[in-house]
Every structure is written in structure tokens, then in C-alpha cells.
Design a protein around this ligand. Structure first.
Ligand code: AMP
Ligand code: ZN
Length: 479
């Protein structure tokens, strides 16, 4: 598509590097997926918007993409270090439902959010509990040289691999100090490969293994499933920035043990920064949290959240406020309005060939090739949208090309899609339109008190009328 080399920031080397695929023309990417003991909050979804953007950029640049995302439905403890209960078992006992039901329910909810954010389907959703046998085989292959057994399970000895924690240290300079609740571990950083079910207890999710009945440690699944579907060494591994500290260093240690080498398993490790709110990092365990559904219930289209994510660089912290979200929604509306007008007049050309537009698309391509600089790419899209006196069919084709990377559905969204009614609004869209017609009539007849009365009545129901709105959106229901 464009010849600009793709530059990506590699957390492992802490440097920007040119992407050089292992196999010519192919890109193999693994993304750490959700732990499905609860809904995903919008911070979690930022991680998948990022991974999807990476995938879209790779496809746009002509690589044949194989993307795998896992579903963690076993093994993740309430702390990333080996502490606390299994999140799934805990959620099950708190809700009175089975851990399996919980996993299914929240996996479906997650997939619904994936779809609403226009995140493309990966080649494979790999589900942890469907790979326990392979995890046991993997553990067996490294147990002798790299692991030791304690009463509570099989532990990985982190001193047996070169450079343990290089990723974490590279990221933070000092690594993370950890509270270590497991007694008898040889090193603070050692972690569970297999957790035995304590004597006299039964877990809902447990399997037989050479180290007793129990469940795999959380880090094991990603090493096993990434190798299974992408090969011993693949191109890119992604996750949220918290994974740089514990989860990914542990995956790397397992990978090195398995390959008997210093190979970390992926050539490039990429991490998105956090979505934060004024109170700090969003977290699922902190009781109430923001889900995509909460935004939808307030009348905000999910793709406005996607745009909000794209407006920030993935390596920057992004602060969530409703003002920022509404600003993104307004920007999306403006884009859609322009496209809707163009579409009323013509169909997109099959391919954009206009030299001026191609130049702009090259600038767009250069921005996304520069470590996925989507905020900058969006300004190039703005330039394309604002371009006057240009063939409309060509212009639509250029927008479609840019949108293949951004995933904002610009060619199919309608104005009505974006004007969503908050769930708790007590007025229907048709009624608003009807009242606005009556108000326009009253104004025409110079019956201003009647027009004002209608405005006030609508305001009481949360409808804000935007007279002279340049977007011609005219009204909005506030949540
Ligand atoms: P989890 O379900 O806890 O395993 O998290 C799923 C993904 O979301 C992981 O890649 C996390 O690193 C990422 N993540 C968690 N919290 C946030 C946040 N506030 N902002 C962005 N990413 C996050
Ligand atoms: Zn993982």
C-alpha cells in the first residue's frame, strides 16, 4: 500500500524498531485477552482497540495477518503475583453460579463489545480451559530443568533463565517490588506453573496432572497457546502496560525454558498505556466501573469511544471524562455528516487514484507507520474530509481507505445511528421531532411564548435543542 517502513516501539529493547516479519509478507500477532470473571471495563477495551489498530495497520500495509487473542477462563489470581484466589472461582462463589457459566456469560458480553467497537475478528479466539492438556505437556517438558515442587504446586525457578525480568526492568528501570505470600519459594519472582487444589478442597475448575489435581498457573496458557497457533517464535505480542511487569516476563521465562534458548518467543512486545479517570487507573476489582454499555445507556455510540482511543497515542495515558467522550462523539458526527452528504451524491470510486488525495493518503500512511500515530493520522483524514473541489467518488474512496485502518465505519454510519437515546430518557425520538415541528410552526407564526413553552417542556425531558447547529443535528437528549 505505502512504502514507508513500519516502525513499532518494542518494550523489550525500549526502542523504536522497523518491523521485519519472520516470514516475508506475513504478520503473526498474539494479544493477551480478558479474564472473564466480570464485564470488561472501557480501559480493558482500550487494549483491544489498540491491538485491532495494529492488526489493521499490518493488513493495510499488505501483510497477511494471523491474529490470536486468548480468553482467560481459569488461573488468573486476584493479584498478578501468586496471591489470592482464582478470579473465576471467587466470582462463582460470590454469585452462586458455576465458574463455567460465569466464563460463558462474560465471554459473550466481551464479544458483544468487540463487535460494537468494530474490532475485527481474530483468526482464533483461544480459550484457556480448552488447552489444559497442552499446558500440562508444556509444563512436563520444562519441569525437570526449570521447576520445583512445593505443597501448593509446581513453581518456575526464575534463576534458570537468562536475564529474567528484562522486559519489566527495561520498562520501569527498577522493576516492580512484589509482595510475596508463598512461603518457601526459592526466589521472590518465582511463579506457579501448576497450582494444586489444597487437601480436602475441590475446585470447580480442576484437572489431574503429574503434580496433583489442580489448575494451571495463569502465565502458562499464553506461552502454550501462542506457540501452538503462531509458532515457537512469532512476530508481535501485545497487552496492557501492566503486563510488562509480571505476566509477560513470566511468559518470556517459560518460552526460554521451552526453547532452551534466550529467545523471548516474540520479536516485538508492545504495550498500550492505561485509560485512567480522575481517581486513577480503572480496575474491575474496584467495585463499580465503566463499561461500554454504560456509555451506550447514556446515548453515546460505541464508535465515539473508539475514536476517543484513536485520538490519543496508544503509549500515552488517556484520561477518560464524559466531556472528552462527547467531544469525540461530536467529531465523529462531523465526519459522518460529510460522508453522508458525499454519499447522497455519488458512490465511492473503486480505488482512489487522484494525485492530491494519494498524497494525503501517503501522509496518513506515514503517520500510522510511525508507531501507530493515530492522532496524527486523524488530522490527515480531516484534511481529506475538508478538501473541496475534488472528485467526490475519489474522495469517498480515499475516506474508505483511511477508514480501513481507523475502523470507524465512516462509509456506513448514518446520522440516525449516532443520535442514540439514553435508556432513562422519557421521550421517544418521534415525539421530539413532532414537538420540534410544532415549535417551528409557532415561531413562524411569531407565537414566541408557545415556542418557548415547547422548548421548556422538552428541556424538562432532557432534550437540548441546538438552534443553528452547524451539524444540523438540531437536538440531543442529555443523560
Ligand atoms: P484482564 O481482563 O484484567 O486480564 O485485562 C485485559 C486487558 O486490559 C489487559 O491487556 C490489561 O493489561 C488491559 N488493561 C487493564 N486495565 C486497563 C486500563 N485501565 N487501561 C488500558 N488497558 C487496561
Ligand atoms: Zn497473556
Amino acid at each position: 500500500m505505502t512504502d514507508t517502513p513500519l516502525i513499532l516501539f518494542n518494550s523489550l529493547t525500549r526502542a523504536r524498531e522497523q518491523f521485519r516479519p519472520i516470514n516475508d509478507g506475513e504478520a503473526r500477532v498474539y494479544t493477551c485477552g480478558p479474564t472473564v470473571y466480570n464485564y470488561q471495563h472501557i480501559g480493558n477495551m482500550r487494549a483491544y482497540v489498540f491491538a485491532d489498530t495494529l492488526g489493521r495497520v499490518l493488513s493495510w500495509k499488505g501483510y497477511k495477518l494471523t491474529h490470536v487473542i486468548n480468553i482467560t477462563d481459569v488461573g488468573h489470581l486476584t493479584s498478578d503475583a501468586d496471591a489470592g484466589d482464582d478470579k473465576m472461582e471467587k466470582a462463582a462463589s460470590e454469585s452462586g453460579r458455576s465458574a463455567w457459566d460465569i466464563a460463558k456469560y462474560y465471554t459473550d458480553a466481551y464479544w458483544r463489545d468487540i463487535e460494537r467497537l468494530n474490532i475485527r475478528q481474530p483468526a482464533k479466539w483461544s480459550i484457556a480451559t480448552e488447552h489444559v492438556e497442552q499446558m500440562i505437556d508444556f509444563a512436563k517438558s520444562i519441569a525437570d530443568k526449570h521447576c520445583y515442587e512445593l505443597d501448593s504446586g509446581l513453581y518456575f525457578d526464575t534463576s534458570t533463565v537468562p536475564d529474567y525480568g528484562r522486559l519489566a526492568r527495561a520498562a520501569t528501570d527498577e522493576g516492580e517490588s512484589r509482595i510475596d505470600p508463598v512461603e518457601d519459594k526459592r526466589h521472590q519472582t518465582d511463579f506457579a506453573i501448576w497450582r494444586k487444589t489444597p487437601e480436602g478442597e475441590t475446585r470447580q475448575m480442576e484437572w489431574d496432572s503429574p503434580w496433583g489435581r489442580g489448575a494451571p498457573g495463569w502465565h502458562l496458557e499464553c506461552s502454550v497457546m501462542s506457540k501452538m497457533y503462531l509458532g515457537e517464535t512469532f512476530d508481535i505480542h501485545t497487552g496492557g502496560i501492566d503486563h510488562r511487569e509480571i505476566h509477560h516476563p513470566n511468559e518470556i521465562a517459560q518460552n526460554q525454558a521451552h526453547s532452551c534458548s534466550a529467545d523471548t518467543g516474540a520479536n516485538i512486545w508492545m504495550h498500550n498505556n492505561f485509560l485512567v479517570d480522575r481517581g486513577g487507573k480503572m480496575s474491575k476489582s474496584a467495585g463499580e466501573f465503566l463499561t461500554l454499555q454504560v456509555l451506550v445507556d447514556k446515548g453515546v455510540h460505541p464508535l465515539a469511544y473508539r475514536l476517543m482511543c484513536l485520538q490519543a497515542h496508544y503509549r500515552s495515558e488517556l484520561e477518560f471524562t464524559f466531556e472528552n467522550l462527547i467531544a469525540a462523539l461530536t467529531r465523529l458526527k462531523r465526519m459522518v455528516m460529510t460522508v453522508v452528504q458525499l454519499r447522497e451524491e455519488t458512490e465511492p470510486a473503486e480505488r482512489c487514484t487522484h494525485p492530491r488525495l494519494r498524497e494525503m493518503l501517503d501522509a496518513f500512511g506515514a503517520a500510522v507507520s510511525d508507531d501507530l500515530n493515530t492522532p496524527k493520522a486523524l488530522t490527515h483524514l480531516d484534511d481529506i474530509l475538508a478538501l473541496k473541489k475534488i472528485d467526490r467518488a475519489e474522495k469517498l474512496a480515499a475516506i474508505a481507505e483511511a477508514d480501513a485502518v481507523l475502523g470507524l465505519n465512516l462509509l456506513t454510519l448514518e446520522r440516525a445511528d449516532l443520535r442514540m437515546r439514553p435508556v432513562d430518557a422519557d421521550i421517544e425520538e418521534d415525539e421530539v421531532e413532532h414537538q420540534l415541528d410544532l415549535r417551528a410552526e409557532a415561531k413562524m407564526n411569531k407565537n414566541f411564548p408557545a415556542a418557548d413553552a415547547i422548548r421548556n417542556m422538552l428541556a424538562d425531558k432532557g432534550v437540548e435543542i441546538m438552534d443553528g447547529d452547524p451539524l444540523r443535528w438540531e437536538w440531543r437528549i442529555d443523560a
